[in-house]
Design a protein around this ligand. Sequence first.
Ligand SMILES: Nc1ncnc2c1ncn2[C@@H]1O[C@H](COP(=O)(O)OP(=O)(O)OP(=O)(O)O)[C@@H](O)[C@H]1O
Length: 344
Amino acid sequence: MISIKDIEKMKIKEIESKYPFSISFFQNNNLNVEGYEEITFGQYLNHFTEEEIEEWAIDIEKLKGDFVAYINEMLEFLGIVEDDNIESLTIVAGKNKYGERENFETLTIRKSEIVSIVGPTGSGKSRLLADIEWAANNDTPTGRTILINGEIPDKKWRFSSSNKLVAQLSQNMNFVMDLTVREFIELHAKSRMVENEEEVIMKIIDAANNLAGEQFNLDTPITSLSGGQSRALMIADTAILSTSPIVLIDEIENAGIDRKKALNLLVNEEKIVLMATHDPILALMADKRIVIKNGGIDKIIETNNEEKDMLAELEKMDEIISTLRANLRKGEILKKNKLGGFLK
Ligand SMILES: Nc1ncnc2c1ncn2[C@@H]1O[C@H](COP(=O)(O)OP(=O)(O)OP(=O)(O)O)[C@@H](O)[C@H]1O
């Protein structure tokens, strides 16, 4: 549900692009918004002079209420899930596996931030992601609490399958369904009520093939996809169809897909992204990293400039390794001069 406050803060052009149906509301209420695209709705309503308000019998408060009610009704009718304007996610400290208090008080992650989660095997990275997915409220083994916009989130996040807080990409993808790739994407597209279904299907298969090493097509049964291909399909599907404001990623490095492309596809400015990883490239692409030890958050480190600089070098190394891997697969003999000077 959007509120009057939300709508007042939005620019007319943002309203028109986010809620295209608002144009007919403006027309029906004789609100001429042409030329006012760059100002907020609140400013627009305030720009009328006393005379205009009198002459056209404009009731500003009623207009606001009617407009918000209209938008919410339309969104419900169209089956569009609003993200309730999620601006931040806060992790409130709990306890590690030994029952000791975690080494921080609260960590707030804002929209468009990427945070990586690192730590030894079995240290509790997946547990942290699970706490977020469940919107833990001191009711998981860690005793952590998750806040959304600084508050305990509505329970609807937990139980509703269509209005999920998070899109989780987990390690194991068990496709038990007897579906083709097309049927699988169609199913998702239908549940999200997308209008241009065929276009979306093509976009997803293209994006998935761009991530996966070996190509697959729409007629391929889901069960015969390789690990990397099914991962690529899930990532493309989540990136393109999911309206969830928070994306949780558990280890994309083992998937045999282009991880950097995958991350770029998943991350857009509107989302909060957390990913568990052992991969230095992915970890350094994040703004911050959470270090987990013995089930508790031990440190929170900001990616510094030196580390960001290393990223470019690491990417070059990675490209070399990928090329060598591809050549090995093709049965070629590897050449030392392809190492790009990294090994003397
Ligand atoms: N604070 C905690 N209190 C109690 N149990 C915990 C805590 N943190 C994690 N655990 C438990 O420890 C086990 C290992 O954690 P988890 O699977 O999250 O590790 P991981 O870092 O994701 O490992 P991997 O890298 O192997 O995937 C799980 O059973 C998890 O529930």
